[in-house]
Design a protein around this ligand. Structure first.
Ligand code: FES
Ligand SMILES: [Fe+2]
Length: 403
């Protein structure tokens, strides 16, 4: 991050702290229809056009350390096997045997020498080639080279592995736009994996995701935690193309340091922006990461049904050399879980409200515009013409997107 960017971001936060109204010309945002959180037809479109066609975080390279190590990613409903090859290349295949569709691996993670189907023994190399099959004489005209495992897209930002079921998707790093450049300071190619855990919540996935796109709620639900150290009135937001965004919230005191991170290893390349503020990125659609010099969580939002979801937290830290991660991580994660409980406390009841006759849609203010931006992108992905008119959002933010 160059000096001009740092200066621009600081000026942005100063501007937000001092303004008395939204900037000149900022539009009144139309209400977001509640049906977008409940309507089965809409949610089916979302599944098809968003979840099955997005770059989604699957795993960290540390989670598949050796040739043959694999991670089974099933969050979109399709079984996708992320596996490290003998050549150290990480690839993704559908966990779907080309004979009759049985799985090649059954565990969520592990290590194998080759991929042997448990049903009739077809055997694939780690690069997906079909290399052996029983009773070949009985298959008439079978061309083995046409029966390799079907690949899904699999690309990396540093040590973070992403998959995409859309064969025509643009490359991950192009798709992420400015994000990789902003994250260079935490060195994504050297961060290590610390922990992964998941929490089930009974609401549509967007109900909870919305809470991580704004800081308007700090003074209420985080009164005794986050609000003590972050000043939400100075929050500056960048809306980026393809639905991504950054929310930068200043610390109340620039020299403040989270007591839970004291004594932890800090990455030396972190900029002043990261040291004195809370920069939180949304990789569209479902990854939110607040970045810190001592490490960052990927907060991932996964639908597990129309009215239920998992929030998954995967923690990363600057390279600590040999051995286990710093034991201080236990406290750090426990502190974060307390904040997470604050964030999830209303989710189930919000879902009940959204289903009720009382719900007239979501009314958003200027501070909450990332939510509107998120929904505008969803309609672009689905194609507005496919969405019943009463469930569409009206595009309003095009000229507020920075390019
Ligand atoms: S389904 Fe895999 S070998 Fe038959
Ligand atoms: Fe929150």
């Amino acid at each position: 991050m160059d000096a001009a960017t740092v200066a621009r971001l600081k000026a942005g936060m100063r501007y937000e702290a001092e303004r008395t109204a939204p900037p000149e010309g900022f539009p009144k945002l139309p209400v977001i229809p509640g049906g977008r959180y409940t309507d089965p037809e809409f949610l089916a479109l979302e599944r098809e056009h968003l979840w099955r066609r997005s770059w989604l975080f699957a795993c960290h390279t540390d989670e598949i350390p050796e040739p043959g190590s694999f991670y089974l990613f099933t969050r979109t409903g399709s079984p996708i096997l992320v596996v490290r090859g003998k050549d150290d290349t990480i690839r993704a295949f559908y966990n779907t045997c080309r004979h009759r569709g049985a799985p090649l691996v059954k565990e969520c993670r592990g290590r194998v020498d080759g991929l042997v189907c448990g049903y009739h023994g077809w055997t694939y190399a780690l690069d997906g080639r079909l290399v052996n099959l029983r009773d070949k004489r009985d298959f008439v005209g079978l061309d083995m080279s046409e029966h390799s495992l079907v690949q899904a897209r699999c690309e990396r930002l540093g040590n973070w592995v992403f998959v995409n079921e859309d064969p025509g998707a643009e490359p991950l790093l192009t798709h992420l736009g400015l994000i990789p450049e902003y994250l260079e300071q935490i060195q994504p190619e050297q961060v290590r994996f610390v922990d992964r855990r998941s929490y089930h919540v009974k609401c549509n996935v967007k109900v909870l995701l919305d809470a991580f796109l704004e800081v308007y709620h700090l003074k209420s639900i985080h009164q005794n935690t986050v609000d003590r150290f972050l000043d939400h009135r100075g929050t500056s937001i960048a809306l980026w193309p393809r639905g991504h965004s950054l929310m930068l919230t200043p610390n109340r005191r620039p020299d403040w340091q989270d007591p839970g991170t004291r004594g932890m290893r800090r990455i030396e390349t972190a900029t002043e922006i990261t040291l004195s503020n809370n920069p939180s990125f949304n990789f569209y659609p479902n990854l939110v990461t607040p970045v810190d010099a001592t490490g960052n969580p990927f907060i991932l939002f996964w639908p597990t049904g129309d009215r239920e979801m998992d929030i998954e937290i995967v923690w990363f830290a600057p390279d600590w050399g040999d051995g286990e991660p710093d034991p201080l991580w236990e406290t750090r994660i426990a502190n974060f879980e307390r904040i997470l409980e604050e964030d999830t406390q209303f989710a189930e009841q919000i879902q009940q409200s959204v289903e009720s006759a009382a719900f007239r849609g979501i009314t958003l203010n200027y501070q909450e515009r990332r939510i509107y931006h998120w929904h505008e992108e969803l309609d672009r992905r689905i194609g507005p013409e496919r969405i019943p008119e009463h469930l569409r959002v009206q595009p309003r933010l095009a000229e507020w997107i920075s390019r």
